[in-house]
Ligand binder design. Structure first.
Ligand SMILES: Nc1ncnc2c1ncn2[C@@H]1O[C@H](COP(=O)(O)OP(=O)(O)OP(=O)(O)O)[C@@H](O)[C@H]1O
Ligand SMILES: [Mg+2]
Ligand SMILES: [Zn+2]
Length: 640
């Protein structure tokens, strides 16, 4: 373990440097830093009021969508107030990422963690001691160490920012025991303004965070902001997996040259899919926890630094990665539960430009997820919550209603109207009266004594004389062969939908046998009807939708594609030279604005999204040079 020389500090090093601004000026000052440091024209929804509350000294718990700009809500106040801001986040990759971005803006930030070398950590400790850092990212397990606490106690800490705050809750989907140490830290460092952020906290998780993380005096109750969960720029689509590879290939063909992530249920599958995509001519790598650390971080770096890489990965990949231009996330297999689904698709389109998602699933996936829950080591309470979250996801997959309405409904946001940006709104899923099909399926279940699973029941409905059908004499039942108007895949979908609608229940501990619920009996008896989706085997209209998304990404026609590519190439070269991700130089959106507006002076470059003072100084001339060369090139003159 590395020892930190915290005893050598002198009082002089620790003199606080408060820079308290008059409260009225706070928001205006924040606005001006937003422009000069970050190069952003305006706050995004919710940011201004959260920052105002933080600058007024109050504790805050903010729940905002993935990619909506929570980091800025603690980074900007950290620049404006005296003292040091401690940022806690659960992953070292996440801390490194943010520190790289902040340094790119010219902000004094560092991260204290166990993967730093001895010298690196010592330098950081000295910087903290001298009051030179504005933000220090610290891993939660570090905060439990007495020497860290001693260091911080003398370092004029003004603000504790807890990112991914759901990690403190055992109900959350990502519980980290080390987050429990944060409450103790409050006592050790004295009353400390605490601000916490997360994208996924339902009501139970929020209550948990409030009781575990904050000072409990009534006058100091944190202000809670819940800014909803919607990510309108993400297109949502889900589809039964019939031919996984070709569905994947079709989806990706609409995204040539884009960065994307394909989530897979196993390490083996991640490797296979990456190889498959390479055969298809796609730049693709794999990532999972079974790789050695060096290879893992090499692949991650390529994904971050190069344009157009597709990562086939297990869920070990992606948390805390703020690559803003990921244009699609595809789940090759059903995600773990609805919160994981939301987090994982949230890695697409963080720049606010259109992005695409597709989730593939099968009845087998659902069964596997159920077994994982039942056979896992979690407490009964936890398993109950896990089951509910999985059921919510299954229902979302089979929903005949707008995906976004269904998803937001799960998080407690009701009343949204149909979104117009999901497969169901796009009309690729037709709804038909499914009462007769439902009655046939349930009659097959009843007549076989509620003892059989999907495949056997489908054999019965299709009139297949398998060995099992003959052994049980099911070929003599009146239901034998009555379901030939649907094929096997359609029947599978019908079973899942009846399940999602609460008509059937699936025995998850046994062999997946189906039993009938009261709601199902009503349909069976003809007392109620049910609408079912006609499973779209190849989703119609998808190509058109994706083309539209790609055009929208590049703006209304006027962006010069050749110039955009030239700017990307220069950015790549700059990123490689500094060994940082390309977006740390500038995000796609900035390059798109340049390709559209073709600025010719530094003053015009300064007006581009994402170009603050530091970026202007470092890269302004570089990109002007690309634009000038492009304008002067013969092909360009011909085009004019
Ligand atoms: N006011 C703004 N204008 C333009 N871009 C912004 C603004 N605020 C933040 N961003 C950008 O939005 C992107 C996403 O921000 P951030 O990483 O803070 O998301 P997040 O809310 O923490 O999401 P997650 O829950 O997934 O971690 C970043 O690339 C950031 O630079
Ligand atoms: Mg974040
Ligand atoms: Zn919709």
């Amino acid at each position: 373990m590395d020892q930190e020389p915290i005893t050598k500090m002198t009082d002089e090093h620790l003199t606080p440097k408060p820079t308290s601004l008059p409260p009225m000026a706070d928001l205006a000052a924040a606005q001006s830093l937003l422009r000069t440091v970050f190069g952003f024209a305006e706050f995004r929804a919710g940011q201004a009021e959260i920052m105002e509350t933080i600058l007024a000294g109050r504790d805050v718990l903010a729940v905002m969508p993935t990619g909506s700009g929570k980091s800025l809500c603690y980074q900007l106040p950290a620049l404006m107030r005296g003292g040091l801001t401690i940022v806690v986040s659960p992953l070292i990759a996440l801390m490194r990422n943010q520190v790289a971005q902040l340094r790119g803006y010219g902000i004094a930030a560092a991260s204290l963690n166990s993967t730093n070398g001895f010298d690196e950590n010592r330098t950081i400790v000295e910087q903290i001691a001298r009051g030179e850092l504005r933000l220090a990212y610290v891993a939660p397990e570090r905060l439990a160490k007495p020497e860290t606490v001693a260091l911080l106690r003398r370092a004029n800490v003004g603000l504790l920012a807890v990112d991914e705050a759901h990690c403190i809750s055992q109900w959350g989907h990502d519980f980290r025991p080390d987050y429990m140490n944060l409450a103790a830290l409050q006592n050790e460092l004295g009353p400390l303004q605490t601000i916490a952020f997360t994208a996924t906290a339902d009501a139970a998780t929020r209550a948990d965070i409030l009781s575990r993380l904050f000072r409990q005096q009534p006058q100091e109750q944190p202000q809670v902001f819940v800014h909803g969960f919607d990510r309108p720029n993400l297109r949502l689509a889900m589809s039964a997996r019939n031919h996984g590879r070709s569905q994947l290939a079709q989806f990706i063909s609409g995204h040539r040259g884009d960065s994307g992530i394909i989530y897979c249920a196993s390490r083996r599958r991640a490797e296979d899919i990456a190889a498959f995509l390479r055969d298809e001519g796609v730049k693709s790598l794999h990532y999972h926890a079974g790789m050695d650390a060096a290879e893992r971080s090499r692949n991650q770096d390529v994904f971050l630094q190069e344009d157009g890489v597709v990562m086939a990965a297990t869920i070990a990949f992606g948390m805390g990665i703020d690559k803003p231009d990921v244009r699609f996330v595809c789940h090759h297999d059903l995600p773990n539960n609805i919160e994981s689904y939301y987090q994982e698709i949230g890695r697409a389109g963080r720049d606010g430009l259109p992005a695409d998602t597709l989730t593939l699933f099968s009845t087998g996936d659902i069964g596997l997820r159920r077994r994982q829950i039942e056979e896992g080591a979690a407490s009964d309470d936890q398993k109950r919550v896990d089951r509910l979250r999985l059921n919510a996801l299954v229902a979302l997959c089979e929903s005949p209603r707008c995906r976004r309405q269904t998803l937001l409904g799960y998080f407690g946001e009701t009343g949204a109207s149909a979104c117009g940006n999901c497969d169901i709104c796009a009309g690729s899923v037709a709804v038909v009266d499914g009462t007769i099909a439902a009655q046939k399926a349930m009659s097959a279940i009843v007549r076989t004594g509620e003892r059989f699973g999907t495949e056997h029941l489908i054999n019965l409905l299709l009139g297949e004389e398998t060995e099992a059908i003959r052994n049980f004499r099911h070929d003599a039942l009146p239901t034998f062969g009555v379901g030939k108007e649907h094929d096997r895949n359609e029947w599978r979908s019908i079973f899942r939908q009846l399940y999602a609608a609460g008509m059937l229940s699936l025995d998850i501990t046994g062999y997946g046998r189906w039993t009938i619920q009261p709601a199902g009996r009503a349909v069976l008896k003809g007392q109620a009807r049910i609408e079912l989706r006609r499973q779209a085997v190849t989703a119609p209209g998808k190509k058109a939708a994706r083309k539209a998304a790609a055009t929208a990404t590049l703006g209304e026609g006027s962006a010069d594609h050749a110039l955009f590519e030239a700017l990307r190439a220069r950015r790549s070269a700059l990123a490689k030279a500094q060994a940082v991700p390309a977006y740390v130089i500038l995000p796609d959106r900035s390059l798109l604005e340049m390709a559209r507006g073709k600025p010719t002076t530094l003053g015009e470059i300064a007006g581009i999204h994402g170009v603050g003072e530091m970026k202007l100084k470092l890269y302004g001339e570089e990109f002007l040079d690309v634009i000038r060369r492009h304008q002067a090139s013969p092909s360009q003159r011909r085009a004019d």
